[in-house]
Design a protein around this ligand. Structure first.
Ligand code: CAA
Length: 385
């Protein structure tokens, strides 16, 4: 019999700052309801100058490891779209900040927002090969579009850390998944650009094509049927996208899919904004934190990364404690963010730290790690708590 493998624990991190989308709407001369109702977004997290994917990701991982310990961790996988170096992985920076042993391998994975799921698949394979090993996954992103573009209200920033193990406490992942890959120019970010280029409408139809294609592949490979799935969690570039996706999936299946899960899984993402690789796993945490009735039942997880790769996983939620604790922690973290006036947000949006100049960043973050600046072309990080 196959051994149970899956997600043992999950933790969420975010940035020091937050932008209120009602303020952004006023500044852009748009009806605030377009963002609140039309996109389903209330706020977006925004990094301080001394924060990035490494500080956010390491902070979530530190909180996770404080509960689970690092014993058995032999691999650290870091999934991101917003990498901070073309060669050295964000995983190695995080490995150093977390004080992991030299016997823990570290690598970064990229395929737009899908890479968190690629990391999960890799982790499941590693644990299947040696069930004594644990894999630490960090998925962290800063979603960045040009000022005053259609994508601007769908920015955001967050991280998740997940421990993958045999006999997990939280979620047992089914061995069969559905996959859909298609070469499409819906969203990409050239090496010389700090903001994404996107064909918004194409990206939405490419997302739906990937969802339905991945579903059909799941069925063709003997995966679980719709009747076995109690709720779905989706990648959420903006939370309304999940509602559109669920409607299209229901029509494809000729079945009713209840809307309760949409509200539950959107609570964290409505306030974080898009977090690319982290987004689906933020939605998953919100769903299981809000729905104790899912214990022992199956959920469907849809991961989408523009360009494009989609994957539909199914998993059994294990009866577990701690959901109230995580929900309270996330609420406290979101409430504690410092609001950014729009003029200051625009200033920070334009800020960059070119590698050719030695710089020190201003001390702003209250997180446990900070990006201290550039020295000799190399990024410097430090512990602050
Ligand atoms: N009150 C209520 N609703 C309103 C409104 C108002 N006053 N004004 C407009 N709306 C509604 C519209 O009717 C529309 O709803 P429907 O889609 O249900 O019809 C919604 O608000 C959005 O309005 P528009 O379609 O006019 O919005 P837009 O064209 O300005 O921008 C967008 C929307 C294309 C998604 C843009 O935000 C964008 O480009 N975002 C980045 C790309 C993206 O997120 N794509 C998603 C799929 S790709 C992916 O998933 C990968 C990833 O993470 C990027």
């Amino acid at each position: 019999m196959n051994r149970s493998i899956g997600i043992h624990d999950i933790e969420i991190g975010t940035t020091h700052h937050v932008v209120d989308l009602a303020d952004l709407a006023v500044a852009r001369g748009v009806d605030p309801d377009k963002f609140r109702i039309g996109l389903g977004q209330d706020q977006m997290s925004f990094p301080a100058p001394d924060e990035d994917i490494v500080t956010m990701g390491a902070a979530a991982a530190r909180a996770l490891l404080a509960r689970t310990g690092a014993d058995g961790v032999r691999t650290l996988l870091f999934a991101t779209e917003s990498g901070i170096d073309q060669s050295k992985s964000a995983a190695v920076f995080a490995h150093g900040l977390l004080g992991l042993g030299a016997d823990v391998r570290a690598v970064e994975l990229k395929q737009a927002c899908y890479a968190g799921t690629a990391a999960l698949q890799m982790a499941l394979g590693i644990v299947a090969r040696n069930p004594a090993e644990h894999v630490l996954i960090i998925a962290a992103d800063v979603a960045r579009y040009a000022l005053d573009s259609a994508g601007e209200p769908t920015q955001g920033a967050a991280s998740v850390a997940m421990l993958v193990s045999a006999d997990p406490a939280l979620l047992e992942i089914d061995p069969v998944s559905g996959v859909f890959t298609a070469d499409v120019d819906d969203f990409w970010r050239p090496n010389d650009s700090s903001t994404a280029l996107v064909d918004g409408k194409l990206s939405m139809s490419a997302y739906i094509d990937a969802l339905l294609g991945a579903w059909d592949d799941l069925q063709a490979r003997g995966g679980v049927t719709a009747a076995d799935i109690a709720a779905f969690a989706y990648h959420q570039p903006f939370t309304k996208m999940a509602a559109k996706a669920q409607r299209r999936l229901a029509a494809h299946l000729g079945a009713e899919l209840a809307d309760d899960d949409l509200v539950a899984m959107s609570t964290y993402n409505r306030r974080l904004g898009n977090s690319y690789t982290a987004s689906l796993y933020v939605a998953l945490a919100a769903l299981i934190d809000a729905r104790a009735d899912l214990d022992g039942r199956r959920v469907g997880l849809f991961s989408y990364g523009s360009g494009s790769v989609g994957e539909l996983l199914t998993a059994r939620v294990l009866p577990q404690g701690g959901r109230e604790d995580r929900s309270a922690r996330v609420s406290r973290m979101l409430d504690a963010r410092a609001p950014l006036p729009i003029a200051e947000y625009e200033r920070l949006h334009a800020l960059s730290y070119p590698s050719g100049t030695d710089t020190e960043t201003p001390r702003t973050t209250t997180g446990p790690f900070r990006f201290a600046g550039i020295r000799g072309g190399a990024r410097q990080y430090e512990h602050i708590g």
